[in-house]
Design a protein around this ligand. Structure first.
Ligand SMILES: *Cc1c(COP(=O)(O)O)cnc(C)c1O
Length: 366
């Protein structure tokens, strides 16, 4: 049981709005895969998938155990595991999870697993490297890959996919277009070896925005569902899904010259009112937000963080705010708040969302 007073609220209506906004950019027959890896981008993968079930065609997670959690929660939608580990293949098939096959080792191990488990036409997804150089099969190996797959009755290629390296960056347009063209050439070559045409997909969220011509059969959207596009214009069309809130635990009135927190990093230069909030770096609040770089919102007003972020708490300056112990505190409630935190901690929205630790309780409000 988790009764931490610091709660991450997931806004189901906002999720649905974002899904529909993205759907409106797609051709009517383009399928949608919702990426719910890393606990649904730091929210709650099970609650998000349960909410989106029936509204999307596929889910993707990074690791096998993330997919098992969805199956155990009763999710029946097909689930692609982007980075399955070979030691988990038996568990993966037991849970009807579909592996991304990205090198010879995963191919060989999965063919053995499929044989061992007497599978028939089990769906697998071939991932090709087109320039990200992270995971992916090499196009020169297509003939040998396909001869090995065709020898087996146990598996069936469900889809062929790749991943863009810089879909959000229009300065890299030429590189991205080359990735897409190379992917199309790979698909054509594979189709020549097969008697069926597996689905193909390459776009993530910013790919959907910038390269609509490459939607193919399916798109894989993550961050867009959670409220962030690749620029301000897109983000403003999306709604914020993650709201992190807490309450004021205690208020201290301090005198000029007194200090607050570890290393006495905040020094009062006047009479000040300081509130302690039960959220700290162990909850995902970066220490980079200390000394006024970050703020929380109380009674609609911004309260800067006073001094260092502690493991379990922050202190904030509420001198100008009319509030009391027990009052509601928003650590963030809008995309603007999250982008401020991302900038101040020198990172991107993805990391702010996924950093919210499992100590914080979650609730999806639909
Ligand atoms: C995480 C991930 C996505 C989703 O990307 P967003 O930018 O969040 O939409 C899509 N495809 C792959 C392979 C991924 O790892």
């Amino acid at each position: 049981m988790n009764n931490h007073v610091t709660v991450l609220e997931i806004d189901g209506k906002a999720l649905e709005h974002n899904l529909n906004y993205i759907k409106n950019k797609l051709q009517s027959d383009t399928k949608i895969l919702a990426v719910v890896k890393a606990f649904g981008y730091g929210s709650d993968g099970v609650q998000v998938a349960t909410f989106l079930q029936g509204k999307v065609d596929y889910f993707a997670v990074a690791y096998t155990h993330e997919g098992i959690a969805l199956r155990q929660a009763g999710i029946e939608t097909p689930i692609l595991v982007l980075h399955p580990q070979i030691q988990n293949f038996d568990l993966l098939v037991k849970n009807r999870l579909e592996p991304s096959i990205y090198n010879f080792k995963t191919l060989t191990s999965f063919l053995e697993c499929a044989d061992r488990n007497l599978l028939m036409n089990y769906p697998i997804h071939l991932k090709f490297n087109t320039g990200l150089n992270r995971l992916g099969l090499w196009h020169n190996d297509i003939p040998i890959i396909l001869s090995r797959i065709r020898e087996s009755k146990h598996v069936k290629i469900q889809s062929i996919f790749s991943h863009l390296a810089a879909s959000e960056d229009m300065n890299e347009r030429d590189f991205t277009v080359k990735q897409i063209n190379d992917f199309v050439a790979i698909v054509k070559q594979i189709y020549q070896h097969l008697d069926h045409e597996p689905m193909i997909h390459i776009l993530n969220t910013s790919g959907v925005v910038n390269y609509p011509q490459a939607q193919f059969d399916m798109v894989r959207v993550g961050i867009g569902l959670y409220g962030f596009g690749n620029d301000q214009k897109e983000t403003s069309q999306l709604k914020n899904t993650h709201v992190l809130k807490s309450i004021i635990s205690q208020i201290h009135m301090i005198e000029p010259g007194e200090t607050v927190g570890y290393n006495r990093a905040f020094v009062a230069n006047r009479y000040a009112k300081i509130a302690t909030i039960p959220v700290g770096h162990a909850d995902g609040i970066s220490r980079k937000l200390g000394s006024g770089k970050g703020y929380v919102t109380i009674q609609g007003k911004k309260a800067p963080i006073a001094g260092n972020v502690c493991m379990d708490m922050i202190m904030v300056d509420i001198t100008e705010i009319d509030c009391k112990e027990g009052d509601l505190v928003y650590i963030f409630q809008s995309q603007e708040d999250i982008l401020h935190i991302a900038n101040a901690s020198e990172t991107i929205s993805y990391e702010i969302l996924t950093a919210i630790s499992q100590r914080v309780s979650r609730i999806l409000i639909s």
